[in-house]
Design a protein around this ligand. Structure first.
Ligand code: SIN
Length: 492
């Protein structure tokens, strides 16, 4: 009997979704050792998952390389059909996938279900885009010549995914790779591999050929070894990573020797601008949606609330009231809005951020400490200033520091005073200002009078040190294809 069956996780309608081995060349691979996956809401172990090593990574790369010729030769329509089948299976099993996700990641069940649907939407989108990998015919000077541009798969791809969105980050990387004709070696987060393995089980059921998707779960102590092996491999032609800027820089350095293509979705420090003329209700609801989704553990969530003088006090008081009313608890319980933080390290970081802010003159409006052992209370700090850690660093937790500003110019300067440039938010009823400020913000994505910006149809990614490339949207295939020109001469 597995730990899950013994009561560690909620019963599943289809218990065979709970896979604990890696998947290499279509074979479930146990490896030599296993590691515990725990529920962040209780600290209890959920499952013992294969802790694969560098040798297994090499096997996964070879399996992907062997699958490549057949997969790239599969018609675009057939790849599209297989992806669509995967999409339907994800939707059919969405309740089980949400249960697994909440158990290993902690977010409330309703949020997990939203993530499953959001993640599935990337599979659906790229199933459709697979059929639109059109090339070009380009008119050239010489009338006896024709010039073609082909879009061909880049080759074997690697994906390293984070724990904060264990499902959507997998589909956002794997679906475009498969659509373009590339096989994938996936290394899911050591903290949340069960969702990725359940997704892998569904790719098998969808009929996606052996070796096209390979999953290599491993514990934290092997993460560096596996990352390095993926970067060093000349077979891997593209690496996609979502995670911290520091690890992104390391992967970039390690990929230099093989001149790999990189898609990097790294840290953010999103400014959330509220102007005097904003609709207060919608600004506060946007703030709650952006800041407290996944207990603030998202790259795109508001990190710095920049609020104009005239609306500042009303905004702080309403935000405080709403934040204090959010219910924290185990994500499987009804009505819980804020789940646990992922681990003890994250909780300690929140304490440090609050202590630092208070020592620099911030005022605690609500929260500021742990609730029980695993939750951090939704926190609002006013009188925040740029010397504080919460201004300089990505908080990645449920802390909302509020800064005051006077003019539009001041707000733009403060908003752009960061090496990160992932997302930003602007609230104003003045349409001219909305456009002007949105254009001036140094970031890849703007929420204009909304706190929700994530859609499969839109390009997702950042500028400056927030990363390289765009995921999702009609541009999301670009990183997975090479352009090749063919010049056809002597056609007279
Ligand atoms: C992230 O925080 O890394 C992803 C969030 C999203 O896709 O909305």
């Amino acid at each position: 009997m597995t730990l899950w069956e013994a009561g560690a996780g909620q019963p599943l309608d289809d218990p065979s979704l709970l896979r604990t081995d890696g998947l290499i060349g279509g074979r479930w691979t146990a490896g030599k050792v296993r590691h515990d996956i725990s529920n962040p809401a209780t600290g209890e172990p959920l499952a013992k998952v294969a802790n694969l090593d560098e040798g297994d990574v090499e096997a996964a790369i070879s399996a992907a390389a062997s699958a490549f010729p057949r997969w790239r030769a599969t018609s675009a329509r057939q790849r599209s059909r297989l992806l669509m089948e995967w999409y339907h299976l994800i939707r059919r099993h969405e309740d089980d996938l949400a249960r697994i996700l909440t158990a290993e990641q902690g977010k409330p069940l309703g949020e997990s279900l939203s993530e499953v649907r959001y993640g599935a939407s990337y599979v659906e989108w790229f199933a459709e885009e697979a059929r639109r990998l059109n090339g070009e015919i380009v008119p050239v000077e010489d009338t006896a010549t024709r010039a073609l541009v082909l879009r061909q798969p880049v080759g074997v791809c690697a994906a390293i995914t984070p724990w904060n969105f264990p499902l959507a980050m997998v589909t956002r990387k794997v679906a475009p790779a498969l659509a373009a004709g590339c096989p994938v070696v996936l290394k899911p987060s050591e903290q949340t591999p069960l969702t990725a393995l359940a997704l892998a089980e569904l790719t098998v059921r969808a009929g996606i050929p052996d070796g096209v998707i390979n999953v290599v779960p491993a514990a934290r102590d092997r993460a560096a070894e596996i990352g390095a092996a993926l970067c060093a491999s000349p077979v891997i032609r593209h690496l996609s990573f979502t995670g911290s800027t520091d690890i992104g820089r390391l992967l970039m350095r390690q990929s230099a020797t093989t001149v790999k293509r990189l898609s990097l979705e790294l840290g953010g420090n999103a400014p959330f601008l509220v102007f005097d003329d904003a609709d207060l209700d919608s600004a506060v609801e946007g703030a709650i949606a952006s800041k407290f989704r996944n207990a603030g553990q998202t790259c795109v969530c508001a990190n710095r609330f920049l609020v104009q003088d005239g609306i500042h006090d009303a905004f702080v008081s309403r935000l405080t009231e709403r934040a204090a009313s959010l219910r924290c608890g185990n994500g499987i319980e009804r009505d819980v809005q804020i789940g646990p933080l992922i681990d003890e390290r994250a909780l300690r970081r929140m304490e440090t951020v609050v202590t630092d802010a208070l020592s620099h003159g911030a005022m605690l409006e609500t929260g500021g400490q742990r609730i029980g052992q695993r939750h951090f209370a939704p926190t609002v700090l006013s009188k925040a200033s740029h010397a504080m850690r919460c201004a300089q660093e990505e908080i990645f937790g449920p802390i909302a520091p509020v800064f005051r500003f006077r003019t539009e110019e001041d707000a733009i300067l403060a908003a752009n005073a960061s090496e990160a440039g992932l997302a930003a938010y602007v609230f104003t009823r003045d349409m001219g200002r909305l456009i002007r400020v949105s254009e001036a913000l140094e970031c890849g994505m703007v929420g204009a009078n909304t706190g929700r910006i994530s859609n499969a149809e839109l390009p997702f990614g950042g500028v400056k040190q927030s990363g390289l490339g765009r995921e999702g949207s009609r541009h999301g295939l670009d990183d997975y294809v090479e352009l090749k020109s063919i010049t056809l001469g002597g056609l007279e």
